[in-house]
Ligand binder design. Structure first.
Ligand SMILES: [Zn+2]
Ligand SMILES: [Zn+2]
Ligand SMILES: [Zn+2]
Length: 147
């Protein structure tokens, strides 16, 4: 079990952000935030539904995940097998380094591809609103083990 002291800052920050955005912090939402904070690095909605138990309805789980994603508190990560998972978001626009060997996900900060994308898409008369990119490969630990 993770201790309260490691979970509390994330839950607190999430509650503050939702409160500031005018969301009511109902009891199910608070329970859900605690459950999310106790999840492993990334999780699927089904895993969260299983973890939180019958106290919180399925629709509330999906609504809250969407709310947290819109507030940049959670981010989506597409795993190599196509599974859509969620994890606590790093700040701002970023991508993920997904290790196909151990499943580890790390944030990849810094993104310099917008101008290239805009240029390439312009050839099709297309105006770019955004992009979503995951990077698959092997993490430093896995590479060290294989060496
Ligand atoms: Zn992320
Ligand atoms: Zn790895
Ligand atoms: Zn980017």
């Amino acid at each position: 079990m993770s201790s309260q002291s490691t979970l509390a800052p994330r839950v607190h920050a999430a509650e503050q952000s939702l409160g500031a955005a005018g969301y009511r912090l109902t009891r199910p939402r608070r329970e859900l935030l605690r459950a999310i904070a106790a999840m492993p690095d990334h999780f699927t909605p089904d895993e969260l539904i299983h973890a939180v138990g019958p106290a919180v309805g399925r629709a509330t789980v999906f609504r809250t995940i969407r709310m947290l994603t819109e507030r940049d508190l959670l981010c989506r990560v597409r795993l190599e097998d196509g599974t859509l998972a969620y994890r606590w978001s790093g700040a701002g626009h970023h991508h993920h380094l997904v290790c196909v060997s151990c499943g580890r996900v790390d944030d990849l900060q810094g993104c310099d591809i917008d101008s290239d994308l805009a240029r390439l898409a312009a050839a099709s008369g297309f105006a770019v609103d955004g992009h979503w990119l995951e990077v698959y490969g092997r993490c430093a630990d896995c590479r060290a083990r294989e060496a």
